[in-house]
Design a protein around this ligand. Sequence first.
Ligand code: IVH
Length: 663
Amino acid sequence: MAGGVDVRGRIEDLREQVRYHNRRYHVEDAPEISDAEYDGLYRELETLEGEHPELITPDSPTQRVGGEPIEGFEEVRHSVPMLSLANARKVEDLREWDARVRRLLGEDETPCYVTERKIDGLAVSLRYENGHFARGATRGNGAVGEDVTANLGTVRSIPESLDDNPPRVLEPRGEVYMTLDDFERLNRRQEEEGKPPFANPRNAAAGAIRQLDSRITARRPLKVYLYGIGEGGEGFESHSGMLDGLKDYGLRANPHKLHDSIESVVEECLEAASQRESLPYQIDGVVVKVDSREQQLALGSVARAPRWAIAYKFEPLAGRTRLLDIIVKVGRTGALTPQAVLEPVNVGGVVISRATLHNEDYVKEKGILVGDTVIVERAGDVIPQVVRAVTEEREGDEHAFEMPARCPVCDEPVSRPEGEAVTRCVNARCPAQALEHIIHWSSKSAMDIDGLGEKLATRLFDLDFISDVADIYDLESGQLAPLDGFGEKSAENLIRAIEKSKDRPFSLVLYALGIRHVGAVTASLIATRFGGEDLMRGVEFERLTGIDGIGAVVARAVVEYFDLEDNRDLLGRLMERGIDFEREEGIPSDGPLSGKRVVITGTLDRPRNYYVGRLEEAGGTFTSSVSKNTDYVLAGEEAGSKLERARELGVPVLDEAGFEELF
Ligand code: IVH
């Protein structure tokens, strides 16, 4: 692509495509292309914009990454107040509300009702001016909220621009929320990073929207469902028509149902209550609205809530009970998790007697003592958690929790690295972790033992045929063949696959060991410098951190792993069984840059060795002079003749960011 016009055109074209597929995916929940295809388009756009920063516009779909942090939020006065809703606790309340609506409307009018799920998130207003997202605000007190434009701008289901000729000002309103899956994933990440977990998806969503640094918001998986329009919504004759209108504008409208009687509404509310637990996101009720706009206006509002709508609220998913004890569970990754033993309590129809307390710091920071009265919450299938202690109810005989110094399962000392929130058992032979390790070991990306998946591994583990990964190599076909579902043939196939895994190079063996923080790339960095024998003899921390790309956290985890006698025993047994522990020479031939020749020139952000290492790891070769066989030139500041030569020959020139893109 030579001329600037072509690039500009291509960028515009890519933006259109990315916007279209964003909408299919994030707004309409109906993607047309695979994630990989989407990534391809997105990456091409990012690369072109990287090469032509002068062509970046704020409305480009790549600009949803957040911007510079701000000092505080500005106030926003809502031009149409954001109302709240009256509540119905029982279906009887709904019938009474219906009677009142009918009384107020008079005999000639029959109301039609719309029901929507009441999403448990954070209410926001989105202001579009001339079809472009101009301002986003929280509800606040209904009259004045906070300007969270930058944060809402990172939410993928909020398009930057509208379709279908919107009015000059259109102010859709709705709920920003987080799905339960995303919530769980986020909390896991929080814990791994030593940060406190969120109590529930609503707090997580609200916390993300109230970030002063929108780059943090951009990394939180938020979604929006819109259920109304403030300014600009006057033209619709019905609520259901407005929801359809939102969709026509390309917005994500909350799904709704229409009802011609209150009994049908009641039925819907009861059904929603029973489905509540199986939805991908949390709802706390059903909102019922009079459909006709004219009837809405006739009914009007009282005390900041419209008379034409009501929220049927479910039982809260929180309960209060006694914390009888705190025990410690060892997970399949070796994480020690304090678990609350509770006096059984009914929380929204489910009796809870256990709940998570996440980790040691969580218990300390919340000041939770054994014997306390506590509040427990649950959400869908997410493990229930203790969210706080009711300290006013202490009697004086409560006591603090202490994390044990040894693993409750294998009795080996546990470790809690500095800066991490999680205490772990690092004994690879700890029975609590052994099965997980066996599954990882035989997986495709590790030792690739065809046929030994999670199901079979669990079965063999339960049968006591294998209790650690070394035992896999002692399996015999005579042992397997009589098993249900097995036969001579499949038994032999498995034995053959096990044998074949002995050909896997040391870098993969090292990765398969499942040492914390040692992924495939790190493993291959280490495996080209040290063999198994070196590591077992003990490699100093500094020699590991001396490798480009290996930091203190990884080095500490490696040293710790090889320090443990149980681990060294296991390695000894693996060696005896013929697993490859030889230091590796080679360069991977199947990396993303395999066969590519790259010249590195000029002053770069990091030491040149870093880029060479990265390149070689990915299968590429580093060459010193530019020729027509050169695939890329990585050029830093003050690059001289090599850069010129590359330009002459038309060899693609990359900066550091462009180089990283290649991976
Ligand atoms: S309608 C005038 N619809 O519930 C009507 N609200 O207690 C105003 N909410 O602040 C709201 N889902 O945050 C409406 N489908 C829905 C809703 C919904 C959740 C929240 C919203 C509002 C609160 C009202």
